[in-house]
Design a binder for this molecule. Structure first.
Ligand SMILES: Nc1ncnc2c1ncn2[C@@H]1O[C@H](COP(=O)(O)OP(=O)(O)OP(=O)(O)O)[C@@H](O)[C@H]1O
Length: 304
């Protein structure tokens, strides 16, 4: 099935309606609406502390929302008997005093649909020699390998994965992508969070979560297309402040050693060049996922 038909295609694996979550006086989710289609990969991206883990936990039924509703395959999540989904939380499967193999045995008893697939996955991820080691001696990347292997070993129609690629090297990211795609090829649906642009390669759609809401959602291509003309500034130095008054939202974003911003309608590169010192380079560039993140997550902030 093509990515496009998966995204547009009929049935919903997951629906969240007006989901709210507060901790005491602190509001985290402020009315999240989300539809996840069967057999798609939805990537949630957003700033640190914005509520992606809280959202995943509410979607999984592990955390009670303060208001709103979650339905998994048309059934309220509270009625699910544990068969509908597999959840990977950060460090959720790790018990320091157990070995990797004991952790797998422990996990097998927890989930009714657990399979032996983890044996192949730990092999693919290059972990088999570490299975007798205690988890407390695992590096962060090793823990992620074991935890993802365990989460994908569950034969569930829906996988909710919190930052599976955090702290793993780039080759391992590709192995993780392959393992996740195998579950999708087998009919699975995936909702995953990440801060890594490379994970956009995996996504049929990306949802940007910020300020307790989904502020933009679409295919990676559509979200890149929505980004206004990106302007790249090198060597701005003290003129950065002056240049900021010429870009959308009066804000330039650090991008390594350079700055990037978005051109407002009617503003052209020559306007910035005139405002900059003579040795400053100003040019337009194709938007990257980091630009898309800055635009969809931060664009409205200066208007608040
Ligand atoms: N059990 C809890 N009690 C009180 N506050 C909580 C609880 N769990 C999460 N929070 C708060 O909810 C907010 C969102 O946290 P969450 O972990 O969902 O963010 P996140 O978007 O996943 O962040 P990151 O990208 O850094 O992992 C934070 O302010 C956090 O302190």
């Amino acid at each position: 099935m093509s990515a496009e038909s998966r995204v547009d295609g009929g049935a919903l694996a997951l629906e969240a309606r007006n989901l709210r979550k507060t901790f005491g006086a602190d509001g985290v989710l402020d009315g999240v609406d989300l539809d996840v289609h069967e057999n798609e990969v939805l990537l949630l991206m957003g700033p640190n502390g914005t509520g992606k883990t809280v959202l995943l936990s509410c979607l999984a039924g592990g955390l009670e929302p303060s208001a709103g509703e979650v339905r998994v395959f048309e059934t309220p999540i509270s009625d699910d008997d544990g068969h509908a989904l597999s959840l990977l939380l950060q460090n959720g499967a790790s018990v320091d005093t157990l070995s990797g193999r004991e952790t797998a045995a422990f996990y097998a008893r927890l989930h009714p649909e657990f399979t032996d697939r983890w044996r192949d996955l730990v092999e693919e991820f290059g972990l088999p020699d570490d299975l007798e080691k205690r988890i407390k001696y695992y590096s962060e990347g090793m823990k992620r390998k074991l935890e993802l292997a365990l989460a994908l070993s569950v034969d569930a129609p829906l996988y909710l994965l919190d930052e599976p690629t955090a702290g793993v090297d780039l080759s391992t990211v590709q192995l993780f992508h392959r393992a996740i795609r195998e579950r999708v090829a087998a009919g699975g649906t995936v909702v995953t969070t990440s801060h890594r642009p490379v994970d956009a390669d995996l996504a049929d759609r990306i949802a940007f979560v910020t300020g307790g809401e989904v502020t933009a959602i679409g295919t990676p291509g559509d979200l890149l297309d929505d980004v206004p003309t990106v302007v790249r500034v090198v060597g701005a130095g003290p003129s950065a402040e002056t240049l900021e008054s010429h870009v959308a939202g009066s804000r330039l974003f650090h991008h390594g050693d350079e700055l990037r911003g978005f051109l407002d309608d009617g503003v052209v590169v020559a306007d910035l060049e005139r405002a900059a010192a003579a040795d400053v380079t100003v040019e337009t560039v194709e938007p990257s996922y980091t630009d898309a993140f800055n635009y969809h997550v931060h664009a409205g902030e200066s208007d608040e």
